[in-house]
Write a new protein. Sequence first.
Length: 161
Amino acid sequence: MAGCSSPQHESGKKLAGKKPVSSLTYSISTGPIKKQPAQNVVRSLHQAYQRWRGVPYRFGGVDTEGIDCSAFTRSLYQEVYDMSLPRSTYEQIELGREITKNELQPGDLVFFRTGRTQHNGVYVGDGKFAHASSSVGVTISRLDNVYWRSRYWQARRLLDE
C-alpha cells in the first residue's frame, strides 16, 4: 500500500532525480471559501468518489486512465468545491491550516509519510478517507487501518465553516 508523491518543483524546473509531472496551472482564492452544510459535503464527496472509484493508480496520472494521490485530491476539490488546488502533494501540504486528527471534518485533507514519499487524500467522515492507493487505485480507507495509522502525518483544513 505504498503511497504516492508528485515530484517537487522549484521555479518550474524539475528537481534532480524526480519524474516529471503535469504542467497544469492552478489558482487559489485568497478569501475564505464557505463550506456547504456537512450533510451536503458528505453526499457531494461520495458522489465525486463514485465517479473515480476503481480508477487505477498511476504516478503522474491525472485522468481515468490512471491517477495519483495529489491529482485525485485536486480533482475531488475541483468537482466538489469548484476550487483549484496545486498539482503536487508537496504544494498541497502548504495550504490551509493544520488541524488535529480529532478536529477532522469531511473535506479536510489528510497526509501520510510513506517512506521516501508523501501521500494524501480527502477525509470523508466516519474515520475514512478517499485517496488513490498505489496498490488498489481510487478507494476509501480507514484512518485506523494498521498501515495508515502508523503513517499518519497531519491534516489540513482548507475551508472555513
